[in-house]
Design a protein around this ligand. Sequence first.
Ligand code: Z5A
Length: 208
Amino acid sequence: MSGRFITIEGGEGAGKSTAQAFIAGKLEQQGCSVVCTREPGGTPLAEAIRNTLLSLKGEAPVDMAELLLLFAARAQHLAKVIEPALARGQWVICDRFTDATFAYQGAARGLSCEAISSLESLVQGSRRPDAVVLMDLSPEIGIARARARGELDRFEQEDRAFYDRVRVGYLTRAEAQPARYSIVDASQPLDAVQRDLRHLIDQWTSHG
Ligand code: Z5A
């Protein structure tokens, strides 16, 4: 079975990292070779950009600088990690990718979708995720889950209205591209979330 590029999206504290570990474990049980990675990040340079973007210290980037830094990190991550893994036939399970840019920098910060689409084409060429898992959760619950973990980063300081726009941004994209997106109700207990994820894994592997 050749590998696929799967991305996991959603708001803060929606359970993306938990879902990523679960999906990777199930695929490995079926004999798939899996690379788990994340954005922004995934290489030393891209992780350094992540630290800059999330830090509350120093000069905060203006919105356009934030967008360009995200795509700089993505270019590095694609060239060094994602494309080589897919070329080897591995599955790549990525915690956030460009759909996050449309939701956060587009829908929530108000940067133009056309600008983001242009950067997407420039940086990614024709590369798009084969499947996007949207962990959908009300910001109220997600923020409470994330805050229970302690210190907040720069994005986690945003207000409720920002996170409402992120959620609407994701849901609007998912509704426009139903073949590529699967929406998982992330407010369910973990065993129900994992049951839904198992159905998705079955679909991906049966089209192998
Ligand atoms: N960002 C951007 O603006 N533009 C972009 O293009 C990209 C990113 C790529 C960092 O992302 C920031 O980058 C992000 C957007 C921006 N900022 N925000 N917000 P991140 O993915 O690292 O940040 P995050 O959303 O804050 O992720 P997170 O806090 O690590 O959450 P998560 O991975 O979605 O959740 P989790 O760690 O799996 O679960 C959170 C807690 O809930 C944990 O204690 C779990 O045990 C618990 N949990 C999980 N599932 C359940 C269920 N079903 N029930 C109850 N409790 C649960």
